[in-house]
Ligand binder design. Structure first.
Ligand code: FES
Length: 117
């Protein structure tokens, strides 16, 4: 193989022009994936920002720990579950990106939520 291929994490995989769709200007914001700083556009689905950064495995299945990622992209399949700011079971394909959020891969059912009441 040799050099010449680009790291997926450093490439930007985004559609910039489309014959029938418009892409409105959006604010570029920082967020964190597994503690690593990334950027995306405010209001785009978290999964889109992660895909643009080359990150495709978002979740590990409950029983076997198999990798899961974007599948239906409309919030129906639960293949893209992630942990956002400590909250498990967030669908990355429908949850909007916000500045400063911390997103983690969800392993199985994810961390237990402990009530402080
Ligand atoms: S990809 Fe199916 S719910 Fe997100």
């Amino acid at each position: 193989m040799g050099g010449g291929h680009q790291s997926l994490e450093s490439s930007e995989i985004r559609i910039k022009e489309h014959p029938i769709l418009d892409f409105p200007e959006r604010e570029k914001v920082k967020f964190y994936w597994e503690g690593k700083e990334l950027w995306g556009y405010e209001g785009e689905p978290i999964a889109s920002a992660l895909h643009a950064a080359g990150i495709k495995v978002l979740h590990e299945s409950m029983k076997e720990g198999h990798p899961r990622g974007f599948f239906c992209a409309i919030g129906n399949c639960s293949s893209c579950l992630v942990v956002v700011d400590g909250v498990p079971n967030v669908r990355a394909c429908t949850e909007k990106l916000r500045a400063g959020i911390h997103v983690e891969m969800q392993k199985g059912v994810g961390p237990a939520l402990i009530s402080k009441e």
